[in-house]
Write a protein that binds this ligand. Structure first.
Ligand code: NDP
Length: 342
C-alpha cells in the first residue's frame, strides 16, 4: 500500500470495528466483560465522530494496561447506602466497568425513589461522557455526570495546573427526537483535541492554553509539554471546573486531579478519576409531560436562532455510519488489525 492509499478512508461496519477493538482489549490484560464494554464505548465514539475519544485513544489504553497502572480485569464493589445512594469502588479498574456493574441497581433505585446517585472512586476514565448518560435519557430520565482527571488545566488567573479537563455531561428525553445530550470539557478544549492538533501540527485558537512558563500559547506541542489548558468561560467556567473537581474527586471519596502520580508506571495515560452520576425521574418532581415540555424548549432554542442542538452532530454521524459505515483511514485500520493480532 503506498502513502496515498494509506490515508484513504475505508468504511467499516460498527460490529466489525467493535470486534476488532474487543480483540485488542482482550489481548491486553482485560477481562472479556471489560473488553466488551470498552470496545462498545470506543467504537461508539468513532462512529459518532467523537474522534478525540475513538480509536485515537487505543495506544493510550494499551500502554496504560501494559504498564499495570490500570487493572482491566478487576470487578468493582457496588454498595447501596440508603435509599438513593450507590457507592462504587472500581478497584483501580475502568469507570465504565463500574458503571455497567451498577446500572441495574441505579435504574431500580430511580424507579423506587425518583433519584439515584452513583459515586465511583478508584477508577480510570479515558473516554467521552455521553455514553454514560445517553442511555438513561431513553426511559425518560435526566442524567448528569461529572469526571475529574489529570491536572492539566490552570484555574482562572493561575499559573499552575490544578484541574483536569473535568468534563460534565447531561442528557434528557425530547419527544419526537433523539435525547438531547450535552457533553463537554470544562477546559477551553479537550486534551484529546489538543493532541489531535499536535499530530496534525496545526495551531490551536488563541486563549486555549499556556506554555510551561504560563505564557499564552497557540502551539499544541507547548501546551502538552509542560504547559496547560485554560478553563472555558473565564472565572465563571473556572468555578464550574471547581464544581466538577469536588463532585468527582471529593464527594466520591476519590482523589483530586493534582493527586495523580504516574511515577513507576511508564507509558500510563489513563487518568485516575472519580465520577459522580445523578439520575432523576422528572415525574417525581411533578413533571408528567417532561419529554414534550423539553421538545417545546428545544424548538424555542432553534427558533431563537441556535443553529443546532448539542448532540445533533453525533446523531447525524451515527445515522450516516449506519447507512454507509464508519470512515477510518487505511493505515489506522491496519494498526488496529496488527494490535488485534489479525
Ligand atoms: P465540544 O466543545 O466539541 O462539544 C461540547 C458540547 O457542545 C457537545 O455536546 C456538542 O455537541 C455541543 N456543541 C458543539 N458545537 C455546538 C453548536 N454549534 N451548537 C450547539 N451545540 C454544540 O466538546 P469538548 O471538546 O469540550 O469535549 C469533547 C469530548 O471530550 C467530550 O465527549 C468529553 O466528555 C470528552 N472529555 C473526556 C475527558 C476524560 O477525562 N474522560 C476529559 C475531557 C473531555 P456534539 O457532540 O453534537 O458536537
Amino acid at each position: 500500500m503506498n502513502e496515498t492509499d494509506d490515508r484513504q478512508e475505508i468504511r467499516v461496519g460498527f460490529e466489525d470495528l467493535r470486534s476488532l477493538l474487543r480483540a485488542i482489549f482482550a489481548n491486553n490484560r482485560t477481562s472479556a466483560e471489560t473488553a466488551d464494554i470498552l470496545a462498545e464505548n470506543c467504537a461508539g465514539c468513532e462512529r459518532d465522530g467523537a474522534l478525540s475519544h475513538g480509536i485515537f485513544r487505543i495506544p493510550g489504553y494499551v500502554d496504560s494496561l501494559k504498564s499495570g497502572w490500570v487493572n482491566g480485569q478487576v470487578l468493582p464493589d457496588v454498595e447501596r447506602l440508603g435509599p438513593s445512594f450507590i457507592r462504587i469502588d472500581a478497584r483501580n479498574g475502568f469507570a465504565q466497568t463500574a458503571l455497567a456493574a451498577a446500572d441495574p441497581l441505579i435504574r431500580r433505585i430511580v424507579r423506587e425513589t425518583g433519584i439515584g446517585i452513583a459515586a465511583i472512586r478508584n477508577s480510570h476514565h479515558f473516554s467521552a461522557l455521553w455514553p454514560d448518560v445517553e442511555p438513561f435519557a431513553m426511559p425518560g430520565y435526566l442524567a448528569i455526570t461529572a469526571v475529574n482527571g489529570l491536572a492539566n488545566v490552570v484555574p482562572y488567573g493561575g499559573r499552575k495546573a490544578v484541574y483536569g479537563t473535568n468534563p460534565i455531561a447531561f442528557a434528557f428525553p425530547v419527544e419526537g427526537s433523539p435525547p438531547l445530550v450535552v457533553d463537554q470539557a470544562t477546559s477551553v478544549m479537550a486534551n484529546g483535541e489538543v493532541r489531535l492538533h499536535a499530530l496534525a501540527n496545526t495551531p490551536v485558537p488563541i486563549g486555549t492554553g499556556v506554555d510551561r512558563e504560563g505564557k499564552a500559547s497557540t502551539d499544541p506541542h507547548a501546551i502538552l509539554a509542560g504547559g496547560a489548558l485554560n478553563t472555558f468561560g473565564g472565572y465563571k467556567g473556572s468555578s464550574i471546573a471547581l464544581l466538577v473537581e469536588i463532585l468527582a474527586g471529593a464527594v466520591t471519596g476519590g482523589q483530586f486531579s493534582f493527586e495523580n502520580d504516574f511515577t513507576g508506571f511508564p507509558g500510563a495515560q489513563t487518568p485516575k478519576a472519580g465520577q459522580l452520576l445523578i439520575v432523576i425521574d422528572p415525574n417525581w418532581g411533578g413533571s408528567t409531560n417532561f419529554a414534550p415540555r423539553l421538545a417545546l424548549l428545544c424548538n424555542q432554542l432553534l427558533e431563537a436562532g441556535q443553529d443546532r442542538l448539542p448532540g445533533a452532530r453525533r446523531f447525524a454521524n451515527r445515522a450516516a455510519a449506519e447507512r454507509s459505515g464508519i470512515p477510518i483511514k487505511a493505515n489506522d485500520l491496519q494498526r488496529l488489525r496488527t494490535l488485534a493480532g489479525g
